[in-house]
Design a protein around this ligand. Structure first.
Ligand code: ADP
Length: 268
C-alpha cells in the first residue's frame, strides 16, 4: 500500500459488503447528528457494519455489549480508588462524547432501565450527557453519534424497546444478506471455495424456514462462517454442521434431530 504524505499508512477498513443503501443512510445520520437504531437478528452483520462505518468516517468506536446487569454508571463512568486516591474514570459513552466518537450499544434492551435516562438527552436536539456524579453537563460535539441495536425477533415483550425511546432514533431494518452476497461473505471470511459456501447458504435458507416455536433463532451468517471455517480446516461437513448450525441453536434433542435431517438431505 502507498504510504500517505505524512508517512502514516492508511488503515484498512473492516471488511463489509453493503446489502443496500445502509452506508449512505449511516453517513447521512452521522452528518446530521441523528442517532441510529439497527433492528435485526443476531449474527447478521450489525457490529461489522458499525465498525466499518466508524473507520470510514475516521471516528473512534466505543462498543458496549449490553447485558441485564449493565447500569448507567457502566456507560457514564464512576469514581474509582487508584493509588490511594479517588479518581473519576469515564465510561465508554462519556469517552465517545468527549472524543467525538461513535458509541455502539449492542442489544440495548438488555440493559437496566436507568440507561435510558442517560440516553434520552443525548438523542434529542439537546445532545447533552449529564454526569450527575461530577456535576458536569457534557455537550456532544458534532462528530459524536449514538448507535444502538436490538433484536426484535426475541419473543419476550418485556425485552422490547419502549416507544418513547425508539421514537428518538432513525431506524434501519437489517437482516441476513441475500444468498449471493452471503455466499461471497462466507467465502471471504472462511477461505472455503465459493461453490461449497453456496451449498451452505442454501442449507441456511432451509434451516431458517424451520425457525418457529421450537427454535427461537435462525442460523446466523456468523454460524455459517464458523461452519465454513471448520470445513476449510478439513472437518467433515456433517460434523462441522452439527457443532455450528445445530448445537448452538437448541438443546432439544428432537429439534436437533430435525435440523440434522435437513442437513443430511442437503449433504447426504
Ligand atoms: P451482529 O452484530 O449482527 O450480531 P456481526 O457483525 O458480528 O453480527 O456479524 C457476524 C459476522 O458475519 C461478522 O463477523 C462478519 O464476518 C460476517 N458478516 C455479516 N454480514 C456481513 C457483511 N454484510 N459484510 C461482511 N461481513 C459480514
Amino acid at each position: 500500500m502507498e504510504p500517505l504524505k505524512d508517512n502514516t499508512v492508511e488503515p484498512e477498513l473492516p471488511y463489509y459488503e453493503p446489502v443496500g443503501s445502509e452506508c449512505e443512510l449511516f453517513r447521512l445520520a452521522w452528518e446530521r447528528h441523528l442517532p441510529l437504531l439497527l433492528k435485526g437478528p443476531t449474527g447478521c452483520g450489525k457490529t461489522r457494519f458499525v465498525s466499518h462505518m466508524a473507520a470510514r468516517l475516521g471516528r473512534p468506536l466505543f462498543t458496549v455489549a449490553c447485558h441485564d446487569d449493565l447500569t448507567a454508571a457502566d456507560l457514564t463512568g464512576r469514581y474509582l480508588l487508584q493509588d490511594g486516591e479517588t479518581r473519576w474514570v469515564d465510561g465508554p459513552l462519556t469517552r465517545a462524547v468527549r472524543e467525538g466518537g461513535i458509541c455502539y450499544l449492542d442489544e440495548v434492551v438488555e440493559a437496566r432501565k436507568d440507561v435510558t435516562v442517560v440516553l434520552h438527552p443525548l438523542t434529542d436536539d439537546r445532545r447533552v450527557l449529564p454526569l450527575e456524579r461530577t456535576g458536569e453537563m457534557l455537550a456532544a460535539p458534532p462528530e459524536f453519534m449514538l448507535v444502538v441495536s436490538y433484536n426484535p425477533g426475541y419473543q419476550d415483550i418485556l425485552k422490547s424497546l419502549k416507544p418513547s425511546t425508539r421514537q428518538r432514533f432513525v431506524a434501519l431494518d437489517v437482516d441476513f444478506p441475500p444468498p449471493e452476497l452471503e455466499c461471497d461473505i462466507v467465502a471471504q471470511e472462511s477461505g472455503l471455495p465459493r461453490e461449497r459456501c453456496a451449498a451452505l447458504v442454501n442449507l441456511a435458507a432451509r434451516l431458517r424456514a424451520m425457525r418457529g416455536q421450537d427454535l427461537e433463532e435462525g442460523v446466523s451468517t456468523r454460524l455459517l462462517i464458523y461452519c465454513a471455517t471448520l470445513m476449510q480446516a478439513g472437518m467433515p461437513v456433517l460434523e462441522a454442521a452439527r457443532s455450528t448450525l445445530v448445537s448452538p441453536l437448541t438443546d432439544d434433542d428432537d429439534v436437533q434431530e430435525g435440523l440434522m435431517e435437513a442437513i443430511r438431505a442437503t449433504f447426504g
